[in-house]
Design a protein around this ligand. Structure first.
Ligand code: 2RA
Length: 329
């Protein structure tokens, strides 16, 4: 497979290259793509050096698959050009996610929706992916009525500039700010910009994308997204109200038997998910599973995943793997 990685020099792009190699994705030719300022730079992939090329050059090279992590503007302009050249695009930006003609895919949940005609496929937002991985099997069994989620998001979701800001603040030096406020010793109740309704785009992604991926607009979701000075992954406190009652042991068993989900839940041994230990892993970790004693048919849980891996790069490559395995590319 001729594979283009668009945004190859960014945080997610670098993890994509790492995961492509780790999972031995059948890359016969790699096309690292970045903005003009990076053209000509060399990157190494599986022991071979490749020169970064610009977007139009990459389109003309007619890759089989293009994995995008280059922001919404670039994707809106260039994904159609790659698709017109016969390349199947899997895009990490929010540009196409809510487009009714585009599929929004978490392979373990809805990869079967994909067809050969899907030339631009949307990868969901990182905080959505980890949550729906856990919601999906429980929704099938008990029917979810409502979800209340509070996220505690890694600064790697913002990018290199945010990681540098935290390092500068640790070192007590003034540098470029990724956020309006210091992030060291702080929690910022804003991820992305505000919408008219007072919620941030990040919070509304959790609402809208969850309903699209689970194909159920009746699921009520409300979210609060917080940025915290952590780098290993996103954490989420999730409260779920079901239509029907449930058995706690059955809930744990269902999650334990769900591909891509690992239950870490034992108070006696202080076992619960944490971003420090989720970093670099592809699973979604769930713990602190307990009945909500204030509300019938409801439970609380804590969900953690590496936002750069299952939240972005790995999910993208799993979609590509599905396309290859099912001869859709
Ligand atoms: C964030 N989910 O964490 C967004 C984009 N990666 O900032």
């Amino acid at each position: 497979m001729k594979v283009a990685v668009v945004g190859a020099t960014g945080m997610v792009g670098e993890v994509m290259l790492q995961v492509l190699a780790e999972r031995n994705f059948p890359v016969t030719e790699l096309i690292p793509v970045a903005s003009e300022k990076s053209v000509g730079k060399e990157i190494e992939f599986k022991g071979k050096k490749y020169k970064v090329v610009g977007l139009q050059t990459a389109v003309d090279m007619k890759a089989d698959v293009a994995l995008f992590s280059a922001g919404g503007e670039t994707s809106l302009e260039w994904a159609p050009k790659f698709a017109a050249a016969g390349t199947t695009v899997i895009d990490n930006s929010s540009a196409w996610r809510m487009d009714p003609t585009k599929k929004l895919i978490v392979p373990e949940i809805n990869a079967s929706e994909l067809t050969k005609e899907d030339k631009i496929i949307a990868n969901p937002n990182c905080s959505t992916i980890q949550m729906v991985m856990v919601l999906n099997p429980l929704h099938k069994k008990y029917n979810i009525k409502r979800v209340i989620v509070s996220t505690y998001q890694s600064i790697t979701g913002t990018g290199v500039k945010a990681v540098q800001q935290l390092e500068n603040e640790y070192a007590g030096v003034q540098g470029e700010m990724a956020y309006k406020y210091p992030i060291h010793r702080n929690a910022i109740p804003q991820c992305d910009s505000f919408e008219e309704n007072g919620y941030t785009k990040e919070e509304m992604k959790l609402v809208r994308e969850t309903q699209k991926i689970l194909s159920d607009k009746t699921i009520a979701v409300t979210a609060t997204a917080i940025r915290i000075p952590v780098v290993g992954g996103h954490s989420e406190a999730v409260n779920i109200e079901f239509s029907n009652d449930f058995d706690m042991n059955e809930v744990r068993s269902i999650l334990h038997h769900t591909d891509g989900v690992v239950v870490q839940d034992n108070n006696d041994t202080y076992t619960y998910p944490m971003p420090l230990f989720a970093q670099g892993k592809d699973d979604v970790f769930v713990g602190r599973i307990r009945r909500d004693e204030s509300q019938p048919n409801s439970l609380n849980m804590w969900i953690v995943a590496d936002n750069l891996r299952k939240g972005a790069a790995t999910n993208t490559i799993q979609i590509a793997e599905y396309l290859v395995a099912n001869k859709l590319v």
